[in-house]
Design a protein around this ligand. Structure first.
Ligand code: ZN
Length: 67
């Protein structure tokens, strides 16, 4: 399972994007769609930074041992 919490990206928000390990890209896409809709006012630079952080989070996995 791949999980990204909006909170882990620095937002005060309970949104979570979930997908299988093979769907890591779609998890990132889901989170980007959410961020653009729910958290306005972000620059392209901010979004690039968020994408980079999501890649790091996903490559680490969720730490639950179920990968
Ligand atoms: Zn959010």
């Amino acid at each position: 399972m791949k999980i990204i919490k909006c909170r882990d990206l620095g937002f005060n928000c309970d949104f979570i994007a979930i997908g299988s390990a093979a769907e890591a890209d779609s998890v990132i896409q889901k989170m980007l769609v959410h961020i653009k809709e729910a958290h306005e006012g972000l620059s392209d630079e901010d979004l690039a930074d968020i994408k980079a952080r999501m890649s790091v989070l996903l490559s680490r996995g969720c730490g639950c041992g179920a990968l």
